[in-house]
Design a protein around this ligand. Structure first.
Ligand code: SAM
Length: 454
C-alpha cells in the first residue's frame, strides 16, 4: 500500500494540434491586448488543469412541476442518509444538500475530494469515460472494465484506475501504461463473468466504497445536470401555452426542463436525428409526466417546409416558417475540436426561418472554441439582419471572449462559463457558503447566446 498526494490529476493532454489550436484561441491578439500575454498564458494552463478535475459540486435539477423544491430536497436528504448507513464504509461522509441562490429549481451537492485514499495491490483498469463517471459518483459497470487481476472474484477489494491514454487492451491481467487513481472498491462480479465469451455483460462490476472524489449517486432518481444547462432553460424563458422547438434535443435534459418551466402547458417539439436517442427523450418525458413533449426522429436541417398548406400548429415535422414562439439550438459541437462545423451554421438558418417574428432563439454549446461560439454569433448577426442579440436572465457566467468580430457591447450580452478563470488547486474543504458561491464558476465550459427576431 502507498499513500497518495492531494492533487493527483495531470493536466489534460490533447493531441498536439488541438492543444496548439486552443492555445491560439486563448492567446489571440484581441485577448492579449486586453489582459496581457502572461495572464492569457496562465489562464490557458488553468483551463488544461481544471478540465481534468471534477467540479466541487454536483448540480441536480429538480422537477418542480411535480413536487416543491423543499420536498425534493427533504426526500434526497433521507435517501442520502440511507446510502450513508448502507454503504458500510466507515470513512463515507454524509453530505448536505444546498439550494442554489439564484436558480429556483437547482439543488447542489458538495463533492468531497480529493480524499486521502491508500492504493491497494490489486488493480482494475477502466476506460477513460467510465473513469469520468466514477469521478462523478458512479460505480464501475462491467462494460467499462478493461483489465482485472487474473483470479479476481466477488468480495475482493481492488484499486480502480482510469486508462487516460486509451492504451489498455480489454481482458488484460495487468497494465503498465499511464493510469490515474480513482479510488477503491469491492468486486460484485468475478473476472470470468466480466470478460465472459458470451457477449457483453451488463451491471455493476465494482462497487466504489472509498472514492477519491466522493459524490452521492442518484441514478434513476434525479438526472445529474450541469449548471449552465439549467441556465439555458431559464434564458429561453418559455411560458405556458407556447410552442417551443428544441432542434437538437436528445437525451432531453433541456427539453424536459423547458416543459417543466411551462407547467406542462403548450407544446415542446423535440427533434433529434438519432432514433435510439429520441426514444430516450420520450422515456424521460413519460417518467417526468411531461405530456406536452412531442419527440420525433428528424434531421433539423430539413425541418422547414415550403408547403404553404401546412398548418403552423402541426405536430410532426416539417413545419412552415414562423411556427414557433421560442427555439433552442443546443448545437452538436466538437467539445474542444478545431474544425468549425458548417452544419451548425445551417441549422442556425433553419432556426431563424422557423421562429415567429418577436420570438426568441437561444443558441448554446458545451465547447470553448471561438469558432463554434462567438464566431457563430457574429456570422448569424451578419447573415440574418432580423436577429438582435438580447440580454440574458439569469446571467451567471462571464461575457463572451474577445477574438471574434463581435464588439465589446455585443460580447457583454453573451454568457460564457469559464471555470479556468477561478481555478486553483483542489482541496478537500467544503464550507457551504464557499460552495454556493463556487456553483456559478466551478462548472463545465459552456456558451449561451440569446437572440430575438424582428
Ligand atoms: C449537445 S447534444 C444535445 C443535448 C440536449 N440538448 C440535452 O440537453 O439533453 C446534440 C444532439 O444533437 C443531435 N443532432 C446533431 N445533428 C442534428 C441534426 N441535424 N438534427 C437533429 N439532431 C441533431 C445529436 O444526435 C445530439 O443528440
Amino acid at each position: 500500500m502507498s499513500g497518495i498526494k492531494k492533487d493527483v490529476f495531470p493536466q489534460i493532454e490533447f493531441r498536439s494540434e488541438v492543444q496548439e489550436y486552443l492555445h491560439n484561441v486563448y492567446t489571440n491578439k484581441e485577448l492579449v491586448s486586453e489582459i496581457g500575454q502572461e495572464v492569457a498564458e496562465k489562464v490557458f494552463y488553468s483551463l488544461l488543469s481544471c478540465l481534468s478535475h471534477p467540479p466541487k459540486l454536483t448540480c441536480l435539477r429538480a422537477s418542480t412541476h411535480i413536487h416543491t423544491l423543499q420536498d425534493i430536497q427533504h426526500r434526497l436528504e433521507e435517501q442520502l442518509a440511507q446510502q450513508h448507513v448502507s454503504s458500510g464504509d466507515s470513512k463515507s461522509v454524509s453530505t448536505c444538500i444546498l439550494s442554489h441562490p439564484q436558480l429556483p429549481d437547482v439543488l447542489l451537492l458538495p463533492v468531497r475530494g480529493p480524499r486521502d485514499v491508500s492504493i491497494l495491490d490489486a488493480e482494475v483498469i477502466v476506460g477513460a469515460q467510465c473513469g469520468n463517471a466514477v469521478l462523478r459518483g458512479a460505480h464501475v459497470f462491467a462494460p467499462g472494465v478493461l483489465s482485472a487481476p487474473k483470479f479476481m472474484k466477488v468480495g475482493d477489494k481492488v484499486s480502480v484506475f482510469s486508462d487516460v491514454e486509451s492504451r489498455c487492451t480489454r481482458g488484460a491481467i495487468q497494465f503498465q501504461g499511464k493510469k490515474v487513481f480513482l479510488g477503491n472498491g469491492v468486486c460484485v462480479m468475478n473476472r470470468s463473468d466480466i470478460f465472459c465469451a458470451n457477449g457483453p455483460v451488463r451491471g455493476v462490476a465494482i462497487r466504489l466504497v472509498d472514492a477519491l472524489y466522493q459524490s452521492p449517486s442518484f441514478d434513476g432518481v434525479l438526472p445529474n445536470e450541469n449548471l449552465p444547462s439549467v441556465v439555458v432553460g431559464h434564458v429561453l424563458g418559455p411560458r405556458p401555452g407556447e410552442r417551443i422547438l428544441d432542434m437538437c434535443a436528445a437525451p432531453g435534459g433541456k427539453t424536459t426542463h423547458i416543459a417543466a418551466l411551462m407547467a406542462n402547458q403548450g407544446v415542446v417539439v423535440a427533434l433529434d436525428k438519432i432514433k435510439s436517442k429520441v426514444e430516450k427523450i420520450s422515456e424521460n418525458a413519460q417518467v417526468l409526466q411531461l405530456h406536452c413533449i412531442k419527440a420525433y426522429c428528424y434531421n433539423s436541417i430539413q425541418a422547414v417546409s415550403s408547403d404553404l398548406t401546412l398548418s403552423c400548429s402541426t405536430d410532426a415535422p416539417p413545419y412552415p416558417e414562423e411556427s414557433f414562439d421560442r427555439i433552442l439550438l443546443d448545437a452538436p459541437c466538437s467539445g474542444l475540436g478545431q474544425r468549425p462545423n458548417m452544419a451548425i451554421s445551417y441549422s442556425l438558418k433553419e432556426a431563424v426561418q422557423l421562429l415567429k417574428k418577436g420570438g426568441v432563439l437561444v443558441y448554446s454549446t458545451c465547447t470553448v472554441t471561438l469558432a463554434e461560439n462567438e464566431e457563430q454569433v457574429a456570422w448569424a448577426l451578419k447573415t440574418f439582419q432580423c436577429l438582435t442579440l438580447e440580454p440574458q436572465e439569469p446571467h451567471l457566467g462571464s461575457q463572451g471572449m474577445p477574438g471574434s468580430e463581435l464588439t465589446r457591447d455585443q460580447r457583454r450580452l453573451l454568457q460564457r462559463f469559464r471555470p479556468e478563470l477561478s481555478w486553483h488547486k483542489p482541496t478537500d474543504s467544503h464550507v457551504s457558503e464557499d460552495l454556493q458561491l463556487k456553483a456559478n464558476t466551478d462548472t463545465i465550459g459552456f456558451f449561451i447566446a440569446k437572440f430575438s427576431k424582428r
